[in-house]
Design a binder for this molecule. Structure first.
Ligand code: PMP
Length: 424
């Protein structure tokens, strides 16, 4: 397979243990339709992780494809530095329309989840510098959180592998474990804090861990009391994942900054948006020295914005949110039944169509990390027609929202077969 040879010779994949590829060649994915992906040998798999938590309405959707093609016939990309474009304007209006009369009415475009968070963090700092609070430029984030791997986003991150070696170069961040620890932060620390940053309702990269109900509302309240901004990272939870269009709507919380990416284009093109409160935007007006110097070559890419508009249209046309509760219930029920039948201990954690099953030995103890049980189960799942991903020993299930009941059954059956293959 020449693609594999070229891959081995020239490609450097994210997060791989370089030099260990020889044992398992990466699958070469060449086609996709709905929740199904096809590899270069013609085998089909359910896409259990919606690419990488991006594909909302599945692959090859004719409406999104057509929207991209139509835009391509007009123009693919133009500069956003001093130029506007129709799709970006329409999209900004639609995104703000989800938060009427809330002040969340400015959209800053960037490229992906990391840069959506990166710009929120830099805006939060620069805002304080420009409004007479130059000492209020630190952040509070949560243990084991993940917000991306650019420098500012990684500074917030609590997952050591991504950031520990760069920490001394990073932005100042204090990590807290939970709401109680946030409420106990010292007045001195509060006085230095520009913003609290959190993945609302559920942490993704931290092996799918839902937060207690009401926590987000309590954080919003705490931020209001102390003049601290709230940055919500909805890069994973945005666009229906947790049951409502955005996770913050579940607790009727409006953030000061809302970071969106992944599902924004339905998973078709890289694009991100950071929604910002009007009052914060005001702090950047008044001349060159107040401007926000952050803008990339592909900011507000027209193809990406066209895909994002089609993605939003599909929520209405296909009643994506209306059909979701039944799918969420079915997935939860099947995963819990699977866990009950299994010889292993499997803890199911779920929030909407975000689910994880943590595998442990029959006596309940964790497997040694070096055994890579989660990863091995995911490799075995391929033989049963499922592509998925494990974070440590938590197998992650985050399919496209367009998945049908039958496909959910197939996905759970394949996962169970893989777990049985491993344990027998
Ligand atoms: N924030 C969260 C909550 C994420 O899950 C991710 C990606 N897994 C990111 C930020 C970073 O997004 P990207 O990989 O698109 O830069």
């Amino acid at each position: 397979d020449t693609w594999i040879t070229a891959d081995r010779d020239h490609c450097w994949h994210p997060f791989t243990r370089q030099g260990e590829w020889e044992k398992t060649d990466p699958l070469v994915l060449v086609g996709g339709s709905g929740v199904w992906l096809t590899d270069s040998k013609g085998r089909k798999y359910i896409d259990g992780n919606a690419s990488i938590w991006t594909n909302i309405h599945g692959h090859g959707h004719p409406v999104i494809s057509q929207a991209i093609k139509d835009q391509l016939d007009q123009v693919a990309h133009t500069s956003y530095l001093g130029f506007a474009n129709p799709r970006a304007s329409e999209l900004a209006e639609r995104l703000c329309g989800f938060f009427p009369d809330s002040g969340l009415e400015r959209v800053f475009y960037s490229d992906d989840g990391s840069t959506a968070v990166e710009c929120a963090v830099k805006m939060a700092i620069q805002y304080r510098l420009q409004t007479g609070e130059p000492d209020r430029t630190e952040f509070i984030a949560f243990d084991q959180c993940y917000h991306g791997d650019t420098m500012g986003a990684a500074s917030l991150g609590g997952v050591g592998a991504f950031f520990e070696r760069f920490r001394k170069f990073g932005f100042p961040v204090q990590h807290v474990r939970d709401l109680d620890e946030l409420l106990a932060v010292s007045p001195e620390q509060i006085g230095r804090t520009a913003a609290v940053v959190i993945e609302p309702l559920v942490q993704g990269v931290n092996q799918i861990r839902p937060w207690p109900e009401g926590m987000l509302r309590a954080i919003r309240h705490w931020c209001d009391q102390h003049g601290v901004h709230l940055i919500l990272d909805e890069v994973m939870t945005g666009f229906g994942r947790t049951g409502s269009m955005f996770a913050c709507q579940r607790e009727e919380v409006v953030p000061d900054f809302l970071c969106l990416a992944k599902g924004l284009t339905g998973g078709y093109l890289p694009l991100a948006a950071t929604l910002v409160q009007a009052e914060i935007y005001q702090g950047f007006l008044g001349g060159a020295e107040k401007a926000f110097y952050y803008g990339h070559s592909y900011t507000a890419n027209q193809l990406g914005c066209a895909a994002a508009l089609a993605n939003l249209d599909l929520f209405e046309q296909e009643q994506t949110l209306e059909l979701l509760p039944e799918k969420v219930d079915l997935l939860g029920r099947l995963l819990n039944e699977l866990a009950e039948r299994s010889d292993l201990v499997i803890e199911i954690r779920q929030c909407g169509l975000v689910a994880g099953g943590e595998l442990r030995a029959p006596d309940g103890s964790a497997f040694p990390v070096t055994d890579r049980v989660g990863e091995t189960v995911c490799l075995l799942a391929r033989d049963h027609g499922l592509l998925t991903r494990a974070i440590l020993d938590t197998v992650v299930v985050l399919p496209p929202l367009s998945i049908t009941a039958d496909e959910i059954r197939h996905l759970c059956a394949a996962l169970e077969a893989a777990i049985n293959d491993w344990s027998h």
